[in-house]
Design a protein around this ligand. Structure first.
Ligand SMILES: [Zn+2]
Length: 369
């Protein structure tokens, strides 16, 4: 009799004692980045040997920008694709979109839109067990190539498992047309990796948490790339998208390597999630994470001023006022942050910040004034 229950992995008899570790990593196979690469969509789909029928999931606005054009390109390339318009990213909408995809007998998906449309596509692809290509029209966070998706629940946003895109077609000509605020938010999300990895290292020392130096190297490389090129990231400049999009994609890959969001999500993300709950009008995810990272870097004793300067240079928010939230909401979110996800150990510890410490932290870093 074996002393242990069998693990989920089947080991060939006789090989049990050789080496017991196993881990799966899923990555996009083709990543196309550049001016006008939308035109390569059908060629890319043929490289994956996709069957004839597909569906392009897009939003009401992004349909005109990219969704219908994507369907047309697939049609000209020998595919038979339908356009499915998706609305807010929630469970009911995922069910409705999945039903439309099933009715169209689509065997592959293209998610053409901003973060929420790609998130819907990720979840539908995972549920129907069909592949999908990510065609972002903006880059407001690092989820373009990651397996995680955010869906709106009854009272808050919940993170759920989705599929990793088999391909990414990131057309800089399209993405530059999105409001600059979105790209700046995506950059802030990636810069916030710097506190996420510090939190991870801390959890390794204090909790013996599993660690991936590869995931950390990728995550920190992505953040450094954005920091080093902050002065070149400007509105209405297609080259800015070119500079920013690759680190944004690399951050997603860091999460695939880790098998979790750990390398890109620590105390600064807990702050952002807490702010989503306490604020009447929460701001963009990446913007909130950037402001959170300033404060968490201060707690870590790191160079928070350099981080703040990079955000200022890009034009991402660094204060409560710029986020459009009240000072009191920032303080409340800081006090609440540690309780959002107790299994994720961070600089906030088990008990989090006292109200007085939260006030002092936000004031010392100039987030509230
Ligand atoms: Zn994020």
């Amino acid at each position: 009799m074996a002393a242990q229950e069998p693990t989920s992995r089947t080991v060939m008899p006789g090989y049990e004692s050789v080496f017991g570790k196993a881990k799966g990593m899923v990555f996009p196979r083709i990543v196309l980045v550049g001016h006008g690469v939308l035109d390569e969509l059908a060629t890319t789909c043929h490289q994956f040997d996709f069957p004839e029928r597909g569906a392009v999931i897009t939003g009401p606005k992004t349909a005109d920008l990219a969704g219908r054009r994507a369907t047309q390109i697939l049609g000209e390339g020998g595919f038979s694709a339908v356009t499915v318009i998706a609305h807010e990213a929630n469970e009911a909408e995922v069910d409705r979109v999945a039903e439309e995809v099933r009715a169209a007998e689509a065997r592959f998906l293209v998610g053409a839109g901003g973060g929420s449309k790609i998130d819907i596509t990720k979840v539908v692809a995972a549920r129907l067990h069909i592949p999908f290509v990510s065609l972002p029209t903006s880059a407001a966070h690092d989820g373009i190539s990651s397996p995680r998706a955010s869906l709106r629940g009854a009272s808050s946003i919940v993170s759920t498992e989705g599929a990793v895109p088999i391909g990414v077609v990131a057309d800089t000509q399209l993405i530059v047309q999105a409001p600059f605020r979105l790209l700046a938010s995506g950059c802030a999300d990636v810069i916030s990796n710097l506190t996420a990895t510090l939190d991870w290292r801390l959890a390794v020392r204090l909790r013996n948490e599993e660690y991936s130096s590869t995931a950390v190297a990728l995550s920190e490389y992505a953040a450094q790339e954005i920091m080093d090129h902050a002065s070149s990231i400007k509105p209405s400049l297609e080259e800015s998208v070119w500079i920013a999009i690759r680190p944004i994609l690399v951050a997603g890959i860091a999460m695939s390597v880790a098998g979790s969001s750990r390398p890109c999500s620590g105390s600064e993300h807990l702050f952002s999630h807490a702010l989503d709950r306490v604020s009447e009008r929460p701001s963009l995810h990446g913007e909130q994470c950037g402001v959170g990272a300033i404060m968490m870097m201060y707690l870590h004793g790191g160079d928070w001023k350099r981080l703040k300067n990079a955000l200022l240079t890009i034009g991402a928010p660094t204060t409560a006022r710029e986020l459009g939230v009240r000072n009191e909401e920032v303080v409340k979110a800081l006090v609440m942050a540690h309780s959002i996800r107790p299994d994720r150990y961070t600089i906030l510890g088990d008990n989090g910040l006292t109200r007085e410490a939260a006030e002092r932290l936000a004031a010392a870093t100039g987030v509230i004034g």
